[in-house]
Design a protein around this ligand. Structure first.
Ligand code: NDP
Length: 271
């Protein structure tokens, strides 16, 4: 599923003036669909030059075409975030094409390893944790030196309420990986705060993306999930993108080490 929000001429005019990310260079992983795609578009609309990553080249190229057709600047590099060489190549591309790196949204993820926990193989657990957590560490490890060269930066990870406030059954590896991202966020925030790099995690509730549709294929399942939210609906990818934009921008200049919940009230709606 591709989200149906396209960039308009009005947005293009805004890009050319001072958007909230004017002059910034950003990496967005998991940009071939869902939250990452919506965020890459919004970052470009707000004036950032964006390097987009994921494995599916055609989707990334389509996204770049869409951004460029409206006057924005983006470049795609397909690859697997679990590969450290790929993480390094994304940073190299940002520096050689756009002159540096200010923002990294390490968002790529998978909902692998689902099902009764005693039936989940160690290999499947490791695969999920590798994609969701180890890859985020590798991304940060490669991105931080570029931000240090810049003298500032904003790193953002996509965690989940499934790794923090809400225990969902049957997603042990996913939840463990998303909890791990919060620890990673807090440690990096403490280590790099003195050097002017902010590190935060965003914790969505359910967001209407291909991952969500894969997990909740029927209207009944989608109704059940929507009902868990105090707002009685799931989020759009664009609503999440606006929260990520906040963390990326100077509006969040005093925010670091935060696990920012954007869940439509799921966490407080447990009775
Ligand atoms: P999507 O399935 O739409 O997006 C997942 C993205 O991750 C795709 O762009 C996919 O690209 C990329 N990806 C997955 N594995 C890899 C890999 N090994 N290497 C490179 N890219 C990879 O789902 P969402 O937009 O929903 O997911 C984005 C993030 O949000 C994930 O971290 C997810 O866990 C998190 N999240 C989602 C929620 C939801 O309800 N949707 C709730 C809470 C958190 P490609 O297949 O092209 O490689």
């Amino acid at each position: 599923m591709r989200n149906n929000v396209s960039i308009t001429t009005k947005m293009m005019d805004h890009m050319k003036s001072a958007g909230r990310l004017a002059g910034k260079v950003a990496i967005v992983t998991g940009a071939s669909s869902g939250i990452g795609e919506a965020t890459a578009k919004l970052f470009a609309e707000e004036g950032a030059q964006v390097v987009v990553g994921a494995r599916r080249a055609a989707e990334l190229n389509h996204l770049v075409d869409e951004i460029e057709a409206c006057g924005g600047k983006a470049v795609a590099l397909p690859g697997d975030v679990c590969d450290e060489a790929y993480a390094r190549a994304l940073v190299h591309l940002a520096e050689t094409t756009f002159g540096g790196l200010d923002i990294a949204f390490n968002n790529a993820g998978t909902i692998g390893g689902m099902g009764p926990t005693i039936e989940v193989s160690a290999a499947s657990f490791v695969e999920t944790v590798t994609t969701n957590l180890v890859a985020a560490f590798l991304g940060a490890k490669c991105q931080l030196p570029a931000m240090l060269r810049r003298g500032a930066g904003s790193l953002i990870f996509t965690s989940s309420i499934a790794g923090h406030t809400v225990g969902f059954p049957g997603v042990a590896s996913y939840s463990a990986s998303k909890s791990g991202l919060i620890g990673l966020t807090q440690s990096l925030a403490a280590e790099f705060g003195p050097r002017n790099i902010r590190v935060n995690a965003i914790l969505p509730g359910a967001v209407d993306t291909p991952m969500y549709r894969q997990m909740n294929a029927t209207a009944e399942a989608q109704g059940f999930i929507a009902n868990l939210h105090a707002l009685k609906r799931v989020s759009s990818p664009e609503e999440l993108a606006r929260a990520v934009l906040y963390l990326a921008s100077d509006d969040a200049s005093f925010m670091t080490g935060a696990a920012m919940i954007v869940d439509g009230g799921t966490s407080i709606n447990r009775t």
